[in-house]
Design a protein around this ligand. Structure first.
Ligand SMILES: [Zn+2]
Ligand SMILES: [Zn+2]
Length: 274
């Protein structure tokens, strides 16, 4: 059984109203042993929805003030391990900026996420216009490859197949067999740099597919390529969604051959039996 949730958002993220203390109470109620807040930081996000400019910029100063408070609250930490991380949204133009951001404060954990490819969010219909779905998906994975070739100050890559959440693609178009060589290289680089991936249950609640991200077939290939570091993340934006799908995720990982999930403190992984 997995008892750690390493991906969740609070009202430090522009798309969440959740209060940190309420998220912690809910995690304790659900029997979790460790959680990590990973609020959004998508600096210079290139494609906001109308009226949302700046929504995904993190107030890093106040976020880290809160982190100090939480780390120093020993009574709280005796009930549940609470870590403070960040979900850093990356794309090629901002590698240098991202390098500065990760060093600015002492985070426990950095999830690197692609929320765009070619500076367009695949959430938008415009991403999929005038492009074959297989090419649209490939463009997204090729950008992930570029990111891991050029940036390595992170711990796990978030929701690797996020691009397929919001569009109508066929299983044959999404199938990893179309993209295997890209993933082989991504996973080789992740392993070489001691980085991992996550199993993210956000897609069970959002988007069209109602599946984990990435698809378990991608996780299976990650394992085949020698991948060992994997975290579980609910991607909760409210108290109700914490630990969503955690039992099922444990079963999927066990079936694939993982005996441990990773959790992070001060950017170092420890491995906990599933
Ligand atoms: Zn994300
Ligand atoms: Zn997230």
């Amino acid at each position: 059984m997995i008892l750690s949730d390493q991906h969740m958002h609070t009202n430090f993220s522009g798309d969440s109203k959740a209060v940190m203390s309420e998220m912690i109470d809910s995690a304790i109620d659900k029997g979790l042993k460790t959680i990590c807040f990973t609020d959004h930081n998508d600096p210079l996000f290139p494609c906001y929805r109308e009226g949302e400019s700046g929504t995904f910029d993190l107030d890093t100063y106040n976020y880290n003030q809160k982190a100090i408070e939480i780390r120093n609250d020993l009574e709280l930490q005796s009930r549940i391990n609470v870590r403070i991380g960040m979900e850093l949204g990356i794309y090629p133009k901002i590698y240098d900026l991202c390098k500065k951001i990760t060093k600015e404060y002492p985070y426990d954990f950095i999830i690197l996420s692609s929320h765009t490819a070619g500076e367009v969010d695949p959430y938008f219909k415009s991403y999929w216009e005038n492009i074959d779905p297989v090419d649209g998906i490939r463009m997204y994975y090729e950008e992930i490859l570029k990111n891991v070739q050029n940036f390595n100050d992170f711990d796990v890559y978030g929701h690797l197949d996020y691009c397929v959440r919001y569009t109508d693609t066929l299983p044959s178009q999404r199938s990893i067999s179309n993209y295997k060589e890209i993933f082989r290289e991504i996973f080789r680089i992740l392993k070489e740099n001691n980085k991992g991936i996550e199993i993210n249950s956000g897609g069970l609640r959002r988007g069209n597919l109602k599946e984990f991200n990435p698809d378990p077939e991608i996780i299976r290939f990650y394992k085949e390529c020698g991948g060992e570091i994997i975290t579980f993340g609910s991607d909760a934006h409210n108290v109700k969604d914490i630990a969503c799908g955690i039992k099922e995720a444990g079963e999927i990982l066990k079936d694939i051959g993982f005996d441990y999930v990773a959790e992070f403190k001060e950017r170092k992984a420890s491995f906990v039996k599933i």
